[in-house]
Every structure is written in structure tokens, then in C-alpha cells.
Design a protein around this ligand. Structure first.
Ligand code: 5GP
Ligand code: MN
Length: 364
């Protein structure tokens, strides 16, 4: 996902601090104490984005370097990857979920804030010998046994890199490319608030393995079929601006249907980039794209420029995410789904103690 997540820990979704030394030690031990023929299953969240796939495959390549041979990576849902990820190193680790070890010695989850993001694969949390969770969502529910959840990390790949380092695995170009795709995805190409000096230092370590950032960025961000360009034109053309929403901070939203995809002969993943074109609207703090999954079911992406905690809205509607990037599954018509969001926005304004109200807010 594109993830303008702040490194900010205030707010109702905060779960406190990141991993302790004991957590890191437990994670290292879980890997080091694997039997020689131990089976390891890596799982990332449904509809995997750059951070989910990149942190999972990069870590998987690291485990391979450590000598782990019985190693699979998977995610719930159709075993189909968005085209931008077709060149990622480590894809040979991927298996369809139906072929994933039913009772691995170790399961490791990547970038999933809750067990529900693992779909049917969530049963491995019970059948695996040990369940290790690498994540950076403040809303992480602490599922699994060992938690490496760092809400201040810009991406799950930051946690993955640290664990590889603690395991003594040096970065090579394959591992680095995966982790770089993950880091650049979740920082919006190093543009969002979470882009700290430490993020750039990590990027420098990754690039030093010989990566070509221009080529990687073009592949991941700046590359889509002409049909998708025309589809974007149509979907953006029907975007609606509601300046009064979110207590006057403004909401901009649009929707895309399965019929839109069909007419332009496009796969659903192309719609993931749409939110970036919608959220640049100057007149709105909150942006939303409602993407049809089946009749009456929509995958909703929300973004905020900083005055609204969209994760509060998403959690209230059964989803999750970060303060400034969140989502959920909506039912009904697109209008109805947006109606529910609109109702919750006024209560999701961020007013820090000692700060003035966000600009544009009137009368409360
Ligand atoms: P995106 O809009 O890029 O799909 O997702 C933005 C953020 O919201 C990500 O952190 C993602 O994990 C989270 N998110 C999106 N959809 C859902 C959902 O249906 N459930 C939950 N729990 N989180 C979601
Ligand atoms: Mn992430």
C-alpha cells in the first residue's frame, strides 16, 4: 500500500512501544532453534502490497541464506500477483495457499495487523509450532506468539531488516531489492512523514548492494497499461468533492466497478494506484476510493493529509490501518459505503493537546 503512516504514536489506536530485547531474542531463537529439516511458512496479508510481499520475500531469501531449505511463502486468495511485482527476487518461494504446509514448525506473518488479514491461512497460527509476527501497524491486535510489532517503523521491512541483521544474515542484492520495494512503497517513495533519517540510512544500505532505484521505481510505481490510464481517466472524471465533510476539511471520493474493469480489460490490482491521484485534491483533507470486489462488496481505501485519523473510521467499519492510510470492506452501494464514512469523519478529527483545531474546522 501507499502508506502515509506517521511515526506518531498518539491516538486511540496506539498499542504502546515496539519490541523489547526479550521479543527480539525470542524471534532469533525461534529461527536458530529450528530442527535441521524444519518447515517454515511465511504468510503476508491478503491483496499483498509492496511492503507485504517485499518484507516476506526479502526475509525468505535471508532464511535461505541461513540454510533453511523447507521454506514456503504464501498469501490468502488467488495465487496471482500484480504485474509490478512480477520481477521481484524470491518469487520461487511462493506457493498457492492450498499447497502451504498445514502444520509448519515456524510460521512468520508479515504486515498483517490482525489474523483476519491472513484469511483461511490464519489457522496456521494454531497448527504451527511457533508463530512469529513482524508488523508496524499501531492497530496490530497482538495475534500470534512472538511479536515484533514496531509502530514507529515506516514499513514492516524495517523490522525484517533488523531481524536479518540480528540473525547475522548480510544483505545481498536480492534481499535488498525486496526490502527496498517494501520501504519505498510504504513511504510513498520517501515522501511521507515516516521518512526519517533512519529510513534514508536503510535505503542507503540497500542501494549499496548495487540496486538500480530508477529501474525499480519505474517498474513498481510508474508503469501501467494504456487501458488502465483510460480507466483512471473515467474514474477520476466522476470523482466528487464534498467541501463540508469532515467538519469542513473536505472529502474527495470516487468509485470503480467490476464493469469499469471489464470495459477497459483491466485486472483489479491496477486500481490500487488510483488513491494517489485522488488524494492530491487540494480542497480535501480526506480522500477515498471505493473499489468493487463482488456485487455489493467494496474494498475501501482512505487517506488523510493529517487532520483526520482515518484508521478510526476504518476500525469502526470493521477494517484497520494507520492514522493517515486505512481501509475496510464495505457492503451495499458505493453511495451507502461513503455515507457511512461521512458520518464518522467528524469524530475522527485529530486535535492534539495544546494545539489549535485543524484549519477549516468550524463551530465545535
Ligand atoms: P490500502 O488503502 O493501501 O489498501 O490500505 C491502507 C492501509 O489500510 C494498510 O495499512 C492496510 O493494511 C489497511 N487496510 C486496508 N484494507 C483493510 C481491511 O479491509 N482491513 C484491515 N484490517 N486493514 C485494511
Ligand atoms: Mn506496511
Amino acid at each position: 500500500m501507499t502508506d502515509p503512516a506517521g511515526a506518531v504514536l498518539t491516538g486511540p489506536s496506539s498499542v504502546g512501544s515496539g519490541p523489547t530485547e526479550a521479543d527480539w531474542a525470542a524471534a532469533v531463537a525461534a529461527v536458530r532453534q529450528l530442527p535441521a529439516d524444519g518447515r517454515v511458512l511465511l504468510i503476508c496479508h491478503v491483496n499483498p502490497d509492496g511492503d507485504a510481499l517485499g518484507s516476506m520475500l526479502g526475509f525468505g531469501l535471508g532464511l535461505r541464506r541461513l540454510g533453511v531449505r523447507r521454506l514456503q511463502a504464501t498469501f490468502p486468495g488467488p495465487p496471482e500477483l500484480p504485474e509490478p511485482f512480477h520481477g521481484l527476487p524470491g518469487l520461487d518461494l511462493l506457493v498457492p495457499e492450498a499447497q502451504a504446509y498445514p502444520d509448519p514448525d515456524l510460521v512468520i506473518c508479515f504486515d498483517a495487523a490482525s489474523a483476519s488479514r491472513l484469511g483461511a491461512l490464519a489457522d496456521r497460527l494454531a497448527t504451527a509450532g511457533t508463530a512469529l509476527v513482524l508488523d508496524h501497524h499501531a492497530s496490530n491486535t497482538r495475534f500470534g506468539g512472538i511479536h515484533l510489532v514496531e509502530p514507529t517503523a515506516a514499513a514492516t521491512s524495517v523490522v525484517a531488516e533488523e531481524l536479518l541483521d540480528r540473525l547475522g544474515v548480510p544483505l545481498d542484492a536480492g534481499i535488498a531489492e525486496c526490502l527496498y520495494v517494501a520501504l519505498s512503497t510504504d513511504t510513498g517513495s520517501f515522501r511521507f512523514e515516516a521518512t526519517t533519517p533512519a529510513v534514508h540510512q536503510m535505503a542507503a544500505r540497500l542501494l549499496a548492494t548495487g540496486l538500480r532505484p530508477g529501474e525499480i521505481s519505474r517498474r513498481i510505481f510508474d508503469h501501467r497499461p494504456f487501458g488502465a490510464v483510460r480507466l483512471f481517466g473515467e474514474v477520476l472524471g466522476r470523482a466528487r468533492l464534498e467541501p463540508a465533510a469532515a467538519a469542513g476539511l473536505g472529502l474527495v471520493w470516487t468509485y470503480a466497478t467490476l464493469d469499469d474493469l471489464d470495459r477497459h480489460e483491466q485486472r483489479p490490482y491496477v486500481l490500487e494506484a488510483l488513491i494517489d491521484s485522488v488524494r492530491c485534491t487540494a480542497e480535501a483533507d480526506v480522500a477515498c476510493v471505493v473499489k468493487q470486489v463482488t456485487a455489493g462488496q467494496w474494498a475501501v481505501s482512505m487517506r488523510s493529509k493529517g487532520a483526520v485519523d482515518v484508521s478510526r473510521v476504518a476500525v469502526a467499519l470493521g477494517g484497520g490501518g494507520h492514522r493517515f492510510a486505512a481501509g475496510f470492506t464495505g457492503l451495499g452501494s458505493a453511495e451507502e459505503v461513503v455515507g457511512r464514512i461521512r458520518e464518522l469523519l467528524d469524530d475522527a478529527l485529530i486535535v492534539e493537546a495544546g494545539q489549535e483545531r485543524p484549519r477549516g474546522v468550524s463551530g465545535f
